[in-house]
Design a protein around this ligand. Structure first.
Ligand SMILES: Nc1ncnc2c1ncn2[C@@H]1O[C@H](COP(=O)(O)OP(=O)(O)OP(=O)(O)O)[C@@H](O)[C@H]1O
Length: 271
């Protein structure tokens, strides 16, 4: 059986997709497939197009060449809301929480459960709290007080809350743009746990990270971007953590590896 026959169909796919910002090609004819139950880590230097990839998949910006496919059908999201409605959840780099609102309020943000029939319908606060605690425990973060203000959460916990939310509201694809502020190992571990829970529940995950060791720990595939183009699309069998670290650090080695892999796997050109 070929690899294509054993893999689940892609949830999201880019085919020869380009995004221009003025004269700059932030993504240049990029092709990649993101499948259910797989974590694809996106790596590349500053300005290589990682955030643009998240923006185009999440409906924030539109492509001007090639195609974006959802379940094999070409789509063009009009807004992040449209992408969300299609089951694509995004944990933004500058993830905003309402700091003074409680954790459970942030979890629901306008989609709170209610009880009773109109006109006596009321917020079901007990259910909202309980659901938040359960959803957080499901992604490996037990024991969070749902009534504490979101400002009290650490960076990793905020990301985790966003992942828990995505799972609760039935997302099929999860996009994570790593925060700019460096995270501690403990914070990375938390986010890693949440991401692995999401994978176990069959989401297609696209995680932008600048940390090759973290990427190697959680990733099934590694999409390397350079100057907006796909410079490598590797599996765990192709690289170990040291190679991934070196690839991140230097363009030359990356180019050599890409050339070699393309010779060995001509089908990489189609990804
Ligand atoms: N809104 C914009 N207007 C003009 N140029 C942009 C815009 N957004 C991105 N670019 C350019 O597109 C290219 C890709 O940027 P992008 O932010 O996607 O890269 P990145 O890999 O996410 O970088 P970083 O790691 O610094 O976040 C860069 O050359 C950047 O300067």
């Amino acid at each position: 059986m070929t690899e294509a026959e054993t893999l689940p169909a892609p949830v999201l796919e880019l085919r020869g997709l380009s995004v221009h910002h003025g004269s700059v090609a932030a993504l240049a004819r990029a092709s990649a497939a993101f499948r259910a139950g797989q974590i694809t880590c996106v790596l590349g230097e500053n300005g290589s197009g990682k955030s643009t990839l998240v923006s185009v998949l999440s409906g924030l910006c539109r492509h001007d060449e090639g195609s974006l496919l959802l379940d094999g059908r070409p789509v063009r999201f009009r807004s992040p809301r449209a992408a969300r409605a299609a089951g694509i959840a995004t944990v933004w780099q500058d993830l905003a929480v309402a700091p003074l609102l409680s954790v459970w309020r942030n979890f629901f943000l306008g989609a709170e459960p209610t009880r009773g029939a109109w006109p006596l319908r009321r917020l079901d606060v007990a259910l909202a709290r309980e659901t938040t605690v359960r959803a957080l425990a499901r992604v490996g973060v037990p024991g969070i007080d749902p009534d504490q203000p979101a400002a009290a959460l650490r960076a990793g916990e905020r990301q985790t809350l966003a992942v828990a939310r995505a799972l609760h509201f039935g997302a099929r694809a999860l996009l994570i743009d790593e925060p700019i502020a460096p995270m501690t190992i403990a914070q990375h571990t938390l986010v890693g746990q949440a991401v692995l829970s999401a994978r176990a529940q069959g989401l297609a995950i696209v995680a932008v990270t600048n940390n090759p060791r973290y990427a190697h720990l959680v990733g099934d595939r590694f999409l390397l971007l350079a100057h907006g183009a796909v410079a490598g699309n590797l599996t765990r069998e192709d690289v170990d953590a040291d190679v991934l670290t070196r690839l991140m650090a230097g363009g030359e080695e990356l180019t050599a590896l890409t050339t070699r892999l393309r010779q060995l796997h001509p089908e990489l050109d189609d990804r």
